[in-house]
Design a protein around this ligand. Structure first.
Ligand code: C2E
Ligand code: MG
Ligand code: MG
Length: 705
């Protein structure tokens, strides 16, 4: 067992003493030496130090610092050496030139050496070659400086962020967003991203993606700035950064939008071109199919356009086309599509049409508006359009078919005289023409009040007395023909004219009834028919209040006749309207009862006074058992609910007998008389006798008049 710890001295051949020191010093990757205090003479140097100063470890011994490093170096470092020889620790860095001419950076440490008595004996010198480290740092510094300069000069936004928080941004970036650098640094980058792009931007950050993408930034003033971004992940001083470049692509976007616009529009007029027309038409067709309504394609060609081009030049022609385009667009609704087909041809798509014939009114409007003279460069220029119309689904179900058929209808229209329109299906043209002229005529009648009321009395089943009188409208055409209500009321409802007609009827009926009363005739209610359209969309209650006030007729002498359809709307509204009419004393009766959606529920819900059994149940009551059953059911229902039941269209005694036997209380019909003009009705009211003749005889007497 050894009695002392193992020692290197025991390793065979291991150097000892001075030999060990020299060997050790020669193997460290540094230069080291020792200088004596006072004399400044070298007492030790390793091989590297000696060689560095052009000596050997042997011949350097005894030389002074100044002799070793030369005068020039001594000038530079003499003061450091003095300090070290005076007991201070000194460190400095300097660049030196090696004997072979190459430049090196060295870091020098000078450390004083003291003896056991505290006296300084010399100084240790240690040189570390830091050229490589220094080069690296310089490169780093230079590259940062370059980056800083570059990013200052760049017109593109450059930013650094760490976990989404800006650590630096360049001036261009700050300027683009409308902030200062200081305002941006420390803020979250996502604060400056448009809401609809936050997800994509944060996804890119999270995944550290390095490919180019587009987003929209929000500037200080709230404007949206389209940008292109690319970011790279950087590792600096052990931390992860993202360096991004941020480019304003507003111009590119605008150019793209422009290119896109040009691809789908006609440059001259700015209207959709054929390509866009087809796209839109397809989607409108899909919509029409879903809603099961009509759609019309109008093919418009300008007559004599070539003459304008030839006589006034192409510039004038272009101006004219642009003006025509504007007029066409101004004549149709927002939902309709106006496109230029090329040359002097335009296509209009009318979406969402209730009736195919309605396309004709638009065509007429276009014919009138486009035909009005244009002022082109000081010349009054007129063109007449020819229009062909095709209608979905009857004339075709695809965009191609509809356009083709509208085109061929346009040719037909040109042939039959210019400045006209023509439907692809010719019978539609006739109907549309009739409808159009009918509409114009009816509007005229509304304007001039060319209507008349005829009056049909209502009598109790025993013929004892007239219980009321119904006002029935007729339209007196300019040619003298009297048009029956069934031939124009429905049409008036469709074209929005029923409100005006209804108001005229209401006011005339009340005026007449008051006039009769003032003339001493029996005071009875006058029944006025109100269309469901008028009841639902008009302001019936206000109209009634106004008319009663203006005519002075008491409310209880007015009866409103509604059909069952009118009661089908929202019950709260119906209840409200009925309550107000009730308060005015106005009576309510249900007309044509049994033909609509008869429902006990609304008979109970609303304050109804009278049910009028429809004529169709009365007509065959003598022979048809079903009609007997229906009439009986209505009578019994009416009695249960304490309503008056009146039978319409009673033409003979047999019908009246049956109705009377069933318990029906009143009737109307040719058995007594047709609807009479006002003067005849007044006569009847005056003469209807109150003497002792049997009721039926009295009626016969009147009919025999
Ligand atoms: P309505 O209200 O049911 O009127 C009864 C219709 O039957 C009237 O026809 C009348 O002349 C006819 N009539 C009366 N007794 C007999 C008969 O014994 N036999 C036959 N075959 N017919 C008879 P009119 O005057 O042509 O009116 C037709 C419909 O037009 C009316 O049916 C009513 O729904 C509507 N109407 C009439 N005037 C107006 C009005 O001012 N406004 C509204 N909205 N509709 C009205
Ligand atoms: Mg009626
Ligand atoms: Mg009726």
């Amino acid at each position: 067992m050894p009695d002392s710890p193992p020692s290197l001295k025991n390793v065979a051949g291991f150097p000892d003493g001075e030999q060990l020191l020299t060997s050790l010093a020669d193997h460290i990757p540094a230069m080291t030496a020792y200088y004596e205090v006072g004399t400044y003479q070298c007492r030790f140097a390793n091989r590297a130090y000696a060689a560095y100063n052009g000596c050997t470890p042997q011949n350097i011994i005894g030389k002074t610092v100044r002799e070793v490093i030369g005068d020039a170096a001594w000038q530079a470092i003499g003061p450091h050496v003095e300090k070290a020889q005076n007991g201070e620790v000194v460190e400095y860095t300097r660049e030196t030139t090696l004997p072979d001419g190459s430049k090196r950076w060295i870091e020098v440490s000078l450390a004083p050496h003291f003896g056991t008595d505290g006296r300084q004996l010399g100084s240790f010198v240690l040189h570390l070659d830091i050229t490589r480290r220094q080069d690296k740092e310089r490169a780093m510094f230079e590259s940062e400086e370059r980056l800083a300069k570059f990013s200052e000069a760049s017109t593109e936004g450059i930013y650094f962020h760490q976990d989404g928080v800006y650590t630096d941004v360049n001036p261009a970036m700050a300027a683009m967003l409308g902030y200062t650098r200081e305002e941006l640094i420390g803020r979250n980058a996502l604060d400056f991203v448009a809401e609809d792009y936050r997800k994509i931007v944060s996804d890119y950050m999270a995944a550290q993606r390095e490919d180019v993408y587009e987003a929209v930034a929000i500037c200080r003033d709230g404007t949206r700035l389209p940008v292109e971004l690319v970011a790279k992940t950087l590792h600096r001083n052990g931390e992860v950064y993202r360096l991004g470049i941020f480019r304003d692509i507003r111009e590119r976007k605008a150019a793209e939008a422009r290119i896109n616009f040009l691809a789908y529009h006609d440059v001259l007029t700015g209207l959709p071109n054929r390509r866009l027309l087809l796209e839109r038409l397809d989607s409108l067709l899909a919509m029409s199919r879903r809603h099961q309504n009509h759609l019309a394609v109008l093919f418009i060609d300008l007559d004599h356009f070539k003459t304008v081009n030839d006589s006034l030049g192409h510039h004038a022609g272009d101006l004219l086309l642009a003006e025509v385009a504007a007029r066409i667009q101004g004549a149709v609704r927002e939902v309709d599509v106006v496109a230029r087909q090329g040359g002097d041809e335009f296509i209009v798509v009318l979406a969402d049409l209730a009736q195919p014939e309605l396309a004709a009114s638009v065509a007429v409007k276009l014919l009138v508006q486009v035909a009005a003279p244009f002022d082109i460069d000081g010349h009054a220029v007129s063109v007449a359009p020819s229009i062909g119309i095709s209608v979905f689904p009857r004339d075709g179900t695809t965009a191609d078919d509809l356009i083709r058929h509208a085109d061929s209808a346009m040719y037909l229209s040109k042939q039959s005289g210019r400045g006209q329109y023509q439907f692809y299906a010719p019978e539609l043209s006739v109907r549309a023409y009739n409808d159009l002229s009918k509409e114009a005529a009816l509007r005229d009648a509304v304007r001039h009040g060319n209507f008349e009321l005829h009056y049909q009395p209502q009598i109790d089943v025993n013929g004892d007395r007239i219980t009321g009188i119904e006002a029935l409208v007729r339209w007196r055409r300019p040619d003298g023909v009297l048009v029956a209500p069934n031939d124009f009321i429905g049409f008036a409802e469709e074209r929005g004219l029923i409100g005006a007609i209804g108001r005229w009827v209401l006011s005339e009926a009340c005026r007449q009834n008051k006039a009769w009363q003032d003339a001493g005739l029996p005071k009875i209610p006058i029944a006025v028919n109100v269309s469901p359209v008028q009841f639902k969309t008009g302001n019936l209650v206000a109209d009634v209040e106004r008319v009663l006030r203006q005519t002075g007729l008491e409310g209880r002498y007015l009866e409103v006749e509604l059909t069952e359809g009118a009661l089908m709307s929202d019950s709260a509204t119906v209840t409200g309207k009925f309550a107000t009419l009730r308060n005015l004393g106005v009576k309510l009766s249900i007309d044509d009862f049994g033909t609509g959606y008869s429902s006990l529920a609304y008979l109970k819900r609303y304050p109804i006074d009278k049910l009028k059994i429809d004529r169709t149940f009365v007509r065959d009551i003598e022979t048809d058992e079903d009609d007997v059953a229906i009439a009986l059911a209505i009578v019994q229902m009416g009695r249960t609910l304490k309503l008056t039941v009146l039978a319409e269209g009673v033409e003979n005694e047999a019908q009246l007998d049956m109705l009377r036997a069933q318990g029906c209380q009143e009737f109307q019909g040719f058995l007594l008389c047709k609807a009479l003009p006002a003067d005849e009705a007044g006569d009847l009211l005056r003469r209807y006798p109150h003497d002792d003749l049997a009721a039926t005889q009295r009626m016969r007497a009147i009919r025999a008049r």
